[in-house]
Design a protein around this ligand. Structure first.
Ligand code: GUN
Ligand code: ZN
Length: 427
């Protein structure tokens, strides 16, 4: 069997840095990982692995960091072309930029072109798995799964369901959302590395009947994830309140329809009540923190202390977010936490973008770390990729000081190599 041996500084997770402290994330300075048949065969000291795999093809990355590929826990691939659109807050932003763009996905050729463009953009930034919303159109789901399948990627996606408060061309019904989602789920879920995600957009655009229909579907396919948006902006929360006056709060609009349990993944979750926090923790739900989006659209500052109690992943929220890069997203997470008086350690930021997101997607048995048996999705990071970054690392005394300038200032130039399922996908 062919073995690839990657040499460099290898990231190793021994625990959760939010509950166990920064030492839960370790680095093997003269480390190596062995890859066989698309999986990690071994991880450890370079000298040991060279002895164990004498025939291996060697890829010596010197002092580059060898990390699990980044995992982006919440994106809208159909919003690729409207990223960085100026001047709106959430509801206006949806109506002005997002919905008109999503209408274009009625054309399967456009969906295919954007799906391929999107995956090429994120792979070049070291992201090897995303969890994406598609549009209302079933062919937009086919487009992203087909594009991911061609690249061997592990990818999560689902048809966005909306049956109110959106333009005519973007509406389904409770019944058609159920039928289309079920058909797509049966077509794609568990095929190669693909997972279907039941995807009501959010309460303002789904009637209680539609949420209930998707709750029924989720009971029929309990191992799927369910993704939606929760408490992103205060105007949005007030709108939910006026649409559902009988509900205790925003989360209750989902909970009442069977859309709260393990495997639920809520994007944003910024302005939560105490009841909502307690119920999310009790139910074992996951949250996607989208810091560049939350600042760009002006939504608010996520409470990172929630990561001590439930599964939190890191996400770009493309195209509400202003970057395709998980490095830029880590930087924004750092800045947002600073504004709340919390200083996230580099180990916590890196863990969030890999293992944290894997846990939020309940896929930590497959991706998000480089332990033996895991799927070999890898990003190799150059820790001195620009003159500005390189000069800032010269006096670094440990890996974290060496890495932090790349977190704060790095971009696609820092991504030296990307591997998907044991194959190198970038030169
Ligand atoms: N809430 C409902 N839909 C969306 C979306 O597409 N982007 C963001 N950021 N929030 C949403
Ligand atoms: Zn979103």
């Amino acid at each position: 069997m062919m073995t690839d041996l990657l040499l460099g500084q290898v990231i190793r997770y021994a625990g959760d840095p939010f509950t166990d402290g920064p030492s839960a994330v370790q680095v093997v300075t003269q480390g190596a990982i062995a890859i066989e048949a698309g999986r990690i065969a071994a991880m450890g000291e370079a000298t040991d692995l060279r002895t164990r795999f004498p025939q291996a093809r060697i890829h010596d990355h010197g002092t580059h960091l060898i990390s699990p590929g980044f995992i982006d826990a919440h994106v809208h691939y159909p919003q690729t072309a409207i990223i960085a659109s100026w001047g709106k807050r959430l509801i206006d932003w949806l109506n002005t930029y997002t919905f008109p763009e999503e209408m274009r996905f009625a054309d399967p050729a456009y969906a295919e072109a954007i799906a391929n463009r999107y995956l090429d953009l994120v792979l070049a930034r070291g992201t090897t798995t995303v969890c994406s919303y598609a549009t209302i159109h079933p062919t937009s789901v086919d487009a992203i799964f087909t594009a991911a399948q061609a690249r061997g990627m592990r990818l999560f996606a689902g048809k966005t369901c909306m049956d109110r408060n959106a333009p005519e061309g973007l509406l389904d019904t409770a019944q058609s959302a159920y039928d289309d989602s079920k058909r797509l789920l049966e077509k794609w879920h568990g095929k190669d590395r693909l997972s279907y995600v039941i995807t009501p957009r959010f309460s303002p655009t789904s009637t209680p009947e539609q949420l209930a229909a998707l709750g029924t579907l989720w009971r029929e396919y309990p191992d799927c994830l369910m993704q939606t948006h929760l408490s992103e902006q205060t105007d949005e929360i007030a709108w939910v309140q006026s649409l559902s006056p009988q509900s205790r709060d925003y989360l209750d609009t989902y909970e009442a329809q069977g859309l709260l349990r393990e495997g639920a993944l809520y994007g944003h979750a910024i302005h939560l009540t105490d009841r909502e926090k307690a119920r999310l923790i009790e139910a074992g739900a996951s949250l996607a923190h989208c810091p560049t989006s939350n600042t760009f659209i002006g939504s608010g500052l996520f409470d990172m202390s929630l990561a001590q109690h439930l599964r939190v992943g890191l996400a770009t929220d493309t195209g509400g977010g202003s970057s395709f890069s998980m490095l830029r997203t880590m930087a924004a997470a750092y800045e947002v936490a600073q504004l709340r008086g919390q200083s996230l350690h580099p180990s916590q930021l890196w863990w969030l973008a890999t293992q944290g997101s894997a846990r939020a997607l309940r896929a930590e048995d497959k991706i998000g770390n480089l332990a033996p048996g895991m799927e070999a999705d890898i990003v190799v990071i150059d820790l001195g990729s620009t003159p500005a970054i390189e000069q800032a690392t010269r006096r670094a005394e440990d890996l974290w000081q060496q890495l932090f300038p790349t977190i704060m200032m790095g971009d696609d130039r820092a991504v030296a190599e990307v591997w998907v399922a044991g194959s190198r996908v970038t030169p």
